[in-house]
Design a protein around this ligand. Sequence first.
Ligand code: GTP
Length: 362
Amino acid sequence: MKAVILVGGEGTRLRPLTCNTPKAMVPILNQPFLEHLLRYLKEHGISDAILAMGYLPDPIQSRLGDGSHFGVQISYLVEESPLGTAGAVKNAESFLDEPFIVFNGDVLTEIDLTDMIKRHREINPEVTMALTPVDNPTIYGVVETTATGMVKRFVEKPTWDKVTTNMINAGIYILEPGVLEYIPTSAPCMFEDHVFPKMLKMGKPILSYPSDAYWIDIGTPEKYLKAHHDLLLRWSDRAVRTQGESQIHTTALIEGPVLIGEGCLIAENVQIKGPTVLGPRCQIAASVVMEGVVLWEGTQVEEKTVLRNCVIGSCTHIGSSCQILDDCVLGDDVTVGEESKLASGTRLWPNNYVDPGMLQST
Ligand code: GTP
């Protein structure tokens, strides 16, 4: 079975991390997200993927090439303007003459695709849609199903008194090629808002595939950080793992789970507490304290700075004695002056220079 992976969105909610990097290529445990997805697809027997791209296609294509490294043959399509999730699949029509999978390119999951494909083949609907449970259905579109598991109704952001289910669309579908006929060529079109509701009105069968396997979409900084915490906290040994050579001073205290990319320099009396990831070639100066953070490659942190539950983009320079705390997100190449204190949730865009003392104090 072929997969169409939707990676054309701008990822606005994940900015500033997506200012220079498409969402599908943000690192997860120091590897581009799409590489995790390709490995997962391969494990489930998918060895043919079509990447529907739009925003920043070059970093995707240059990194993944023909896909042979992952045992997946990759074809690329680039949209001149966004076609929407369904329009992007319609654009791939010439590749699709058998049932195929559509995957949102920001979903990190362990849903059993092999079983989902089996179920699709047994029941033979026009669409099989994976569903995943959420704690708060009022901020999502939920999917109501019948006793036999057929999709009955889509309800957008129900108020609590109207909540009948906590199952939402997981962004993974198996489609029969005939579904392409319901997608117009002339205008951008979304599966969620147009194609699936239209199919229900027409009485076309959409099978649900509910699963409580791990699922998260990495589309906001909070969820991006949570995905890291979830993955690292699963390490039963709570280890400190290094990828290649790094220089770690003997007085540094590192409490796992922590992943350290190659070529990092960690100076004396640094304290790092997991779940934390250091990208390759990060330089952490003396007496820095870090907990629950994700640093992208080439970031430098000067002495006595405290970082907690935040994400820092590539090649950013953080001065000494700063405090960068909960849910702060800094883009690439940001410079933070010494003694800066960033309020929770601060976002700094690439190339923003932050003067010492100009920042809001916590
Ligand atoms: P936000 O701007 O933060 O909403 O992110 P997004 O642009 O990625 O949109 P959203 O999270 O709703 O998209 C879900 C998935 O569909 C992501 O993997 C997107 O890359 C993809 N996607 C959304 N719109 C398009 C499109 O017009 N074309 C293609 N090829 N993919 C799209």
